[in-house]
Each structure stands twice: as structure tokens, then as C-alpha cells.
Design a protein around this ligand. Structure first.
Ligand code: HEC
Length: 188
């Protein structure tokens, strides 16, 4: 192979890689948009509920609104949209094997110094013989979250949580801890 053929080959390989990346990158950008819309809607409901009714009454709203917003945003976007965690409040939000592995990966990446606000994982995987694009984005714990997920939850809030979620494990979080992640899925 002479020098110019070599350069051409490298140029082609690089271009090929760039094209492949562009495909995934476009899905990631689209996924981020879906997460932003879903998160925005959730946060809006949460802030409104906390302001107008306080945490005890927002639990009941949250138990209905969060799953229906996830369903609505799935229908609207064509992605499967949900939230999950290693320590669940609602057992319906349970992580599958891929999600569990990613949640552990996020914990190690955060421990290694990555910004928890920017932890994202995207991958094309095969499920039942079909290609599926999967993506997760970490959800760090903010101050407002500790009212219902923190270490010192007020007694009336605890009582309401016990009533709605007898198997609740989503307590004891400190500001900055990873509460869970958004999880998205789309058949290719
Ligand atoms: C008013 C109480 C309340 C507050 C405040 C609150 N949550 Fe929750 N959270 C809930 C309830 C109730 C559920 C269960 C919703 C469901 O049934 O899907 C939940 C579920 C979740 C889940 C889904 C995984 C699971 O454990 O089932 C995540 C992730 C989550 N919350 C993150 C947060 C974050 C981040 C904040 C702060 C921005 C926050 N929550 C603030 C009550 C609250």
C-alpha cells in the first residue's frame, strides 16, 4: 500500500466511524429532548403540588400523575419512557438487567468524579432478535426531594408513604445522591 492509499483508507475509516456515531448521537439528542419534556412536566406538577398542598397531599397526586405522565410522554414521543432506581418506591418502576447494570455504572462513575447531572448511557442492544436503542440519564437528589426521599422525613409524610407504598425503599437519600434515572427505549 503506498502512502496516498493509506491516507485515503484512514480518511474513509474515520468518515465511517463518524457516520456510525452520528446515528447514535442523533438518537441521544432526541432522547434528551424526550427526557427534558417529561422531567419538565413532572417537576411542574411536583412544585405546584408542594406549594399548594404540601408533601402529604402531593404523595397521592404523585402516585397517579407520575405513571400517567410517563404513559403520556411515551405515547407522544414514540419512545418507552419511565423512571427507575436501585431503591424503589413503586415496584412497577423496577429496573431490568440492563437498567440495573447502568444504575450501578452511574454510581461508580459518580464515585470516580463525574458530574451526576451529566451521567448518560446509551447503547444499541438486541432484544428478542430486534435492535433496540436504550438510554438512561441519572436523576440526582435535590433539596425538595428530601421531603419525601430524605433521611429525616416528617411523620405525617412517612405515614402517608407507608399507606400508599408499603414496600417503599426510596428513603434515606442525601442531596446529591443518585435517586434513580430516566430510562428510554426505542425499537430501531
Ligand atoms: C411529595 C413527595 C415527593 C417528592 C417531594 C418527590 N418524590 Fe419522588 N416519588 C414520590 C412518589 C409518591 C413516587 C412514586 C411514584 C409512582 O408511583 O410512580 C416517587 C417516585 C420517584 C422515582 C421513581 C422510582 C421509584 O422509586 O419508584 C424517582 C426516580 C423519584 N421519585 C425521584 C424524585 C426526585 C429526583 C425528586 C426531587 C426533584 C422527588 N422524587 C421528589 C414522592 C415524591
Amino acid at each position: 500500500m503506498n502512502k496516498s492509499t493509506g491516507v485515503l483508507l484512514i480518511a474513509m475509516l474515520t468518515a465511517g466511524t463518524a457516520w456510525a456515531d452520528d446515528g447514535v448521537q442523533a438518537h441521544i439528542e432526541e432522547g434528551k429532548g424526550v427526557i427534558k419534556a417529561f422531567f419538565g412536566a413532572l417537576k411542574g406538577e411536583l412544585v405546584k403540588g408542594m406549594k399548594e398542598h404540601g408533601p402529604v397531599n402531593t404523595i397521592a397526586t404523585c402516585s397517579k400523575v407520575a405513571p400517567s405522565l410517563a404513559a403520556g410522554h411515551s405515547q407522544m414521543s414514540g419512545w418507552e419512557v419511565a423512571r427507575t432506581s436501585l431503591k424503589l418506591r413503586n415496584p412497577d418502576n423496577a429496573a431490568d438487567a440492563w437498567e440495573t447494570a447502568v444504575l450501578h455504572e452511574f454510581e461508580s462513575r459518580k464515585a470516580a468524579g463525574e458530574d451526576p447531572m451529566k451521567l448518560v448511557k446509551a447503547e444499541v442492544v438486541e432484544e428478542k432478535g430486534r435492535k433496540v436503542f436504550r438510554m438512561m440519564k441519572a436523576i440526582p437528589t435535590a433539596e425538595v426531594c428530601t421531603k419525601c426521599h430524605g433521611e429525616a422525613i416528617a411523620d405525617p409524610v412517612t405515614a402517608k408513604l407507608d399507606e400508599f407504598y408499603p414496600q417503599d425503599k426510596a428513603r434515606g437519600y442525601k442531596v446529591g445522591d443518585l435517586r434513580g434515572a430516566f430510562t428510554l427505549k426505542k425499537s430501531l
